[in-house]
Write a protein that binds this ligand. Structure first.
Ligand SMILES: NC(=O)c1ccc[n+]([C@@H]2O[C@H](COP(=O)([O-])OP(=O)(O)OC[C@H]3O[C@@H](n4cnc5c(N)ncnc54)[C@H](O)[C@@H]3O)[C@@H](O)[C@H]2O)c1
Length: 329
């Protein structure tokens, strides 16, 4: 089986590609290698993937119409895992345009590719917990009505789900959308709190905590996120119960909400530092709480998250400290 992975130099795309290569699949990876965060880190991830003879890479921008139609070997592609996006909720406040080009036009490029390929590859794409918006629900289930969007990033992910629904019913493209909940771990993203907290803790600087720490997040360890994606990819027919074309959406989280203080404590323990906190008010774009109801993914694909926050952060900090260059990225 040949799988196209978009965003293969990104955090989740790299980890998913590595796992697929480990299973013996051929992976065609694409990524624009944009400079939202360290391109050096993206190239380091890519270098790992390029060690496999089953991997090939093409640098391209999905927001360029028809760009995938020129992809070498495109006729071999059986499935598409679309993880490329302009990520980051807070960044979308000051830089709105890349969100619409990468996330909306880019998603359309992928849908058009699936529509125009005679084999109609199945599409698995990344959505986000942010589609739930500003919600009062304590557990977020797939069928819940979304509250008002808290950011433009959230709007682009909602738009992706709607576009996918339209392409599924209009053109018969099988799709699964995965709503990721705060994924973290080794080879992660330097813009996210766990990385920033670790860097500050090790440098002896105060950790910036927003909304006076009054936040809860469903933190998903990268290996659990990858296991969820692979379960869906490798058991493409599971959970269908019928043969007609479908578009289904699943939460992919840990199923637990952790107070932000638990992340601070885990970082302090893993770095073996006493940390200072600098409290700040609520930041526009942030929601107060996320917690995934994961019963659907569990029932249809046997998904079971394994790594708890303290252990996941311990593994992240061990990785971060394994190479002094990581602190310079
Ligand atoms: N990491 C999380 O906590 C999280 C949570 C919810 C949803 N998601 C979603 O999961 C997916 C992967 O996230 P991630 O954390 O790996 O982010 P990431 O930023 O590490 O990876 C995204 C990759 O996409 C590439 N990219 C961006 N625009 C592109 C374009 N126009 N054409 C081609 N490549 C492009 C980037 O260069 C980057 O390497 C994204 O869709 C993101 O919105 C992530």
């Amino acid at each position: 089986m040949t799988i196209l992975v978009t965003g293969c130099a990104g955090f989740i795309g790299h980890a998913v590609s590595l796992a697929l290569l480990g299973e013996g699949y051929r992976v065609i990876g694409v990524d624009s290698l944009n400079a939202y965060y360290s391109v050096t880190l993206k190239r380091l991830r890519l270098a790992q993937l390029l060690k496999s003879p089953l991997f090939e890479f093409h640098q391209l921008d999905l927001a360029t119409p028809d760009v995938l139609m020129d992809l070498p070997g495109k006729a071999d592609i059986d499935q598409v895992i679309h993880l490329a996006a302009q990520a980051g909720v807070r960044h979308s406040m000051d830089n709105p345009f890349p969100y619409v080009t990468a996330n909306v036009v880019g998603h359309l490029s992928v849908l058009e590719f699936c529509r125009r390929m005679p084999a109609r590859p199945k599409l698995i794409y990344a959505s986000s917990s942010s589609v739930y918006g500003i919600s009062e629900q304590s557990m977020l289930a797939e069928g819940d009505i979304a509250g008002p969007p808290a950011s433009l990033y959230a709007v682009t992910k909602q738009a992706d789900e709607l576009m996918s629904q339209a392409y599924s019913s209009l053109y018969g493209i099988d799709q699964i959308g995965l709503r990721f909940f705060t994924v973290y771990g080794p080879w992660g993203r330097p813009d996210m709190a766990y990385w920033l907290f670790t860097a500050k803790a090790l440098a002896g600087e105060p950790l910036e905590v927003f909304n006076y720490g009054e936040m809860e997040r469903d933190f998903t360890y990268i290996d659990d996120a990858v296991a969820g994606v692979l379960a869906v990819v490798l058991n493409a027919g599971a959970g269908d119960g019928q043969t007609q074309t479908q578009h289904r959406i699943y939460n992919l989280g840990s199923g637990r909400a952790e107070p932000l203080q638990s992340l601070v404590d885990a970082v302090a323990m893993a770095t073996d530092r006493t940390v200072q906190i600098e409290h700040h008010p609520h930041q526009p774009g942030d929601v107060k709480r996320t917690c995934a109801d994961i019963s659907q993914l569990r029932a249809d694909y046997g998904y079971e998250p394994k790594v708890q926050l303290t252990e996941g952060i311990r593994r992240f900090v061990a990785w971060y400290q394994s190479d002094p260059e990581l602190a310079q990225l």
